[in-house]
Design a protein around this ligand. Structure first.
Ligand SMILES: *[C@@H]1O[C@H](CO)[C@@H](O)[C@H](O)[C@H]1NC(C)=O
Ligand SMILES: *[C@@H]1O[C@H](CO)[C@@H](O)[C@H](O)[C@H]1NC(C)=O
Ligand SMILES: *[C@@H]1O[C@H](CO)[C@@H](O)[C@H](O)[C@H]1NC(C)=O
Ligand SMILES: *[C@@H]1O[C@H](CO)[C@@H](O)[C@H](O)[C@H]1NC(C)=O
Ligand SMILES: *[C@@H]1O[C@H](CO)[C@@H](O)[C@H](O)[C@H]1NC(C)=O
Length: 468
């Protein structure tokens, strides 16, 4: 009995020793690999060696190695493809890679290949990186992604393909990415040619939360209404309307720098959950019509910044504002910075009053009696008066209230008055002149007395010559 116990204890001790030994061997191996990767033989003591540092990434304090090889001018042949143990992140941005190295590691979480010269990704390129969570391939010149380029990446959450040359993509390309949460395809200027059918055609994970499609030359877009997408960026495309078919769950939409000329009620009708809406840098947008923003009750942040043609913001853009409807509005931050709006109807006052931020920088405000209510807002807007001239450039808040006056007569009436005054005085002067002008015969005789040197001298020749 006792011997059995001793035997058991011995075996346990032996196993423990073995385990420790094995662990040490592993660590030593790990060191060698680290050295081989961080300080390669052919570039020892040169600026081409990478920066390797320990981080304690996981909550259990496990070792995690972060390797930064950015800006080293590396080609694929310079790199060891077996990555060190415990490697957590590898930064190879700003090198001269012209293809994606086929790395192997089961611990790597983050791989950054931005700013290289990669033009193609081949099938199974990442399938030995089974733990990869984030993959950055932006700022290359990738034109070709083979089918199955992303196979073997069941944990990938973030994929960046921005600033490449993607156009036609193999169907179901993204299907292996089962938990993809964020996808960036911005600045692929020919992406409009891919058909744009991201979910059913390209197999994007249904639960995707963030999608960026900036500068993809899109003229239209249809996304499934029931997809649980939260953030969508469509900056700098060629959209003339906000796409009517977008996921209902959207919380943040950026539609800036598109070709809308007016913001209409139908543009926002289906954006019932949106909290942040960006309508910035719209080079053609001129007006926001009545009811255009009536249905977006949950909206908290709205920006028209830098939409330089915007001259009309309707009094009822947010619908008819009543004491009941105003309580439903969640809006807190509103920016018109850099637009051409000259005035705001005072019916907007209750809404503007409940904001915490209103940016009126750079507006050519017409500071008259219609706008005097703006002085009462409980925060600084940085709005400055453009008209009238005597308070030009002054902050709305610091200009005196009585300077915000309205001419009771319209401008043309002043003109008319001045004109008629001129006409009247012309007539008056004419009459006076006519009145003063000497009337032939009569006036002369009256004015010139007999004693005057100009008096008429009557010479009677008969008498002179014949005094008799
Ligand atoms: C990381 O930590 C291990 C052990 O904790 C140590 O042996 C190794 O030298 C460290 N590596 C670097 C690059 O600091
Ligand atoms: C990038 O790759 C192309 C061919 O794909 C090549 O012509 C070009 O020289 C490469 N540029 C650099 C900086 O390596
Ligand atoms: C995609 O956009 C480019 C550039 O605007 C345009 O020339 C091309 O016709 C568009 N293609 C499709 C299919 O819309
Ligand atoms: C809102 O979405 C529904 C369902 O996709 C669509 O039928 C409708 O036309 C959209 N409404 C507007 C105003 O575009
Ligand atoms: C302000 O809006 C109301 C309601 O739309 C309208 O009746 C009024 O004329 C507007 N005022 C100005 C100065 O445009």
């Amino acid at each position: 009995m006792a011997s059995l116990k001793v035997m058991r204890a011995l075996t346990f001790a032996l196993l423990l020793l073995l385990a420790i030994h094995f662990n040490q061997a592993e660590i030593i191996d790990g060191e060698e690999e680290t050295d081989r990767f961080c300080y390669p033989e052919n570039s020892k003591n040169s600026r081409r060696s990478c920066e390797c540092s320990n981080v304690s990434a996981s909550p259990w304090g496990m070792r995690a190695l972060r390797i930064d090889c950015s800006y080293k001018d590396f080609k694929v042949k310079d790199l060891s493809l077996v990555l060190p143990l415990y490697i957590d992140s590898l930064d190879l941005s700003w090198n001269g890679l012209d293809s994606v190295p086929i790395f192997a590691s089961d611990s790597l979480h983050q791989l950054n290949l931005r700013h290289n010269n990669i033009s193609k990704v081949i099938a199974g390129n990442f399938k030995q990186l089974t733990s990869l969570r984030e993959l950055y391939l932006g700022w290359n010149s990738i034109a070709q992604l083979e089918a199955n380029s992303f196979e073997g990446l069941p944990h990938l959450q973030v994929l960046d393909l921005a600033h490449n040359n993607l156009h036609s993509l193999p169907s179901q390309l993204f299907a292996p990415l089962l938990v993809l949460g964020s996808l960036d395809i911005s600045w692929n200027r020919r992406f409009n040619e891919s058909g744009g059918d991201l979910y059913t055609g390209l197999g994007v994970n249904w639960k995707l939360a963030t999608l960026r499609l900036d500068a993809c030359s899109l003229t239209e877009l249809h996304l499934p209404v029931s997809a649980p997408l939260k953030e969508l960026s469509l900056r700098r495309n060629q959209l003339k309307r906000i796409p009517s078919q977008l996921p209902e769950s959207l919380l943040r939409l950026d539609i800036s720098d598109n070709l809308l000329e007016e913001l209409l009620p139908q543009d926002t009708a289906n954006l019932t959950q949106v909290r942040q809406l960006f309508v910035e840098d719209m080079s053609l947008l001129q007006s926001v019509v009545a009811q255009a923003l009536a249905s977006v009750d949950l909206l908290e942040t709205l920006s028209f910044q830098n939409s330089r043609q915007l001259t009309h913001f309707d009094a009822q853009a947010f619908g008819v504002i009543s004491s009941v409807s105003i309580k439903k509005k969640a809006l807190r931050s509103l920016s018109f910075r850099g637009t051409m709006l000259r005035s705001f109807n005072s019916t907007l006052a209750p809404l503007f009053n409940q904001l915490t931020e209103l940016d009126l920088n750079g507006l050519p405000l017409q500071c008259d009696c219609e706008l005097v209510w703006l002085k009462q807002l409980p925060y600084q807007t940085n709005g400055r008066c453009y008209k009238p001239n005597r308070i030009r450039g002054m902050l709305v808040t610091s200009a005196r209230g009585d300077a915000f006056s309205c001419d009771t007569w319209p401008r043309w009436a002043y003109g008319l008055v001045v004109l008629s005054l001129i006409a009247l005085s012309a007539v008056g002067i004419y009459l006076i002149v006519m009145g003063l002008r000497p009337h032939r015969g009569v006036t002369m005789r009256r004015k010139v007395g007999a004693g005057s040197p100009y008096a008429r001298v009557t010479i009677e020749p008969n008498r002179q010559e014949n005094p008799h």
